[in-house]
Design a protein around this ligand. Sequence first.
Ligand SMILES: O=C(O)CCC(=O)C(=O)O
Length: 266
Amino acid sequence: MFEFKEFKENGFIIKKNLISKEQCNLMLDWLNNYKDFSSKDLEPYSNIPYIYSNILKEKDSPFHNIINNKFIKEFSNKILNEESEFYFLKVNNKSKWIGQDICYHQEFAVSKHMGLKEDDSIQIFLALEPHTIDNGCLKIIEKSHLDGEIEHEDFFDPSFNHKLRVGYDEMEKLIKKYKLKNCILEPGDCIIFNQFVVHGSASNKSDLNRKAIVGWITRKTFNFDEKKNKIFWNKRQNITLKSLEKKIKETKEKIESFNSGMKLLK
Ligand SMILES: O=C(O)CCC(=O)C(=O)O
């Protein structure tokens, strides 16, 4: 399989037309009737969906076709050297006008706290709509998996959720060695990538939505390490609390000193 060699060398493959445009349209229609959102599934300060997480609940959901896709099954079994299965599957919507950016990261920065080891899992990212530079396509650092685990720094999204980000200096080091790739995709195109590949995406200020199916595939023998994950989860909440406390203190100081922050010329 040619793709196997490519995956090992570049850390990813792009499988064009993995599913047809008709299948994508069927899935988009299904999502139009989806109502199972919790508040964290919505773009902050709006009612616009960001995540559709319960896409396999109904037996006749078209997303079962992804779980049973022959190419994905054969490819992941070969890469992971064992019978594999989906660990989760969801749809991300980077909404037109307000869709947020995703900081550069490796999946492993999070997955290692679930008990996953090196080369234990792969990620799929399948476009349901056209992905362009304008609507915030996925950007990957080709071959960055060759550097193994890269240091991440603490970061927060606009809803103050804790994120792990590959920082400025690390990105500068990477770009001296590897290329940045804009993953421009048509509906049905699928990227499969190694969990060490550094990736992120810009915000969507365009007039076109950018939906993608996102999933992790792990070996069937993988056991989720609940204890380890709970320690990580607690650590994240404490980092968030500390940062919020600092922000509150700064805001109080600002109120006391009233300073508009602008350097006025008059
Ligand atoms: O939707 C995107 O642009 C990025 C998604 C991603 O990085 C992820 O789910 O790990």
